[in-house]
Design a protein around this ligand. Sequence first.
Ligand code: FES
Length: 221
Amino acid sequence: MEKKKIMSQEKPKIVCLPNGPYYLINSQEKKQVENLRNSEDEKYSNVIGIALCRCGASKNKPFCDGTHGVIGFKSERIEKSTDPKKRDYKGQKIIVHDNRAVCCHSKICVKTLSTVFDVNKRPWIDPDADNVEKLIEVVKKCPSGALSYTIEEKEYKDYDNKPMITVSKNGPYFVTGRIEIIGELFMDGVSKEHYALCRCGASKIKPFCDGMHAQIGFRDD
Ligand code: FES
């Protein structure tokens, strides 16, 4: 997926507005709103945020244009279970974990290390088929956090990425750097350091992406 980036100096927070957009707050500091005053001629101050589309229908993506109200977008999670669909693939030096429940089908793993990740083989992950360092590098690039790994009984699923929200081409928002998402339930055992947020409106595990954008042919043109 091609990417364009939304960058911030401070670590942002994300609020998922019910049946509405994501509200991205880049700074908790209240700022004066220059052109809004009360009857006493006093300026108002507020935390300023950016509304990002998550219904998939805005004509001004990635920003919200209010279309969620017109189409009756519902943000309720259909799949209530937070159980991970996790499988382990054991190699001699490393165990690769794959959580299908949150895979966003970015295909980074199969495109960059097809020796290890091959959907035409069973099992589809063979940790011994290539160099372990290369394998770790690819696992760390998995944007949804579906892939993680264990070496010497320690699981690695959180990394040192910068706080960033990346708008992927025809896919979800890739969130990195432990950006807090207010009041939302993560799947059990997944990384809160990096995850993928649905922006097509069709995921069953909202606000997280479950790969449905590929099935519905979501386009962000
Ligand atoms: S963007 Fe992936 S399911 Fe909606």
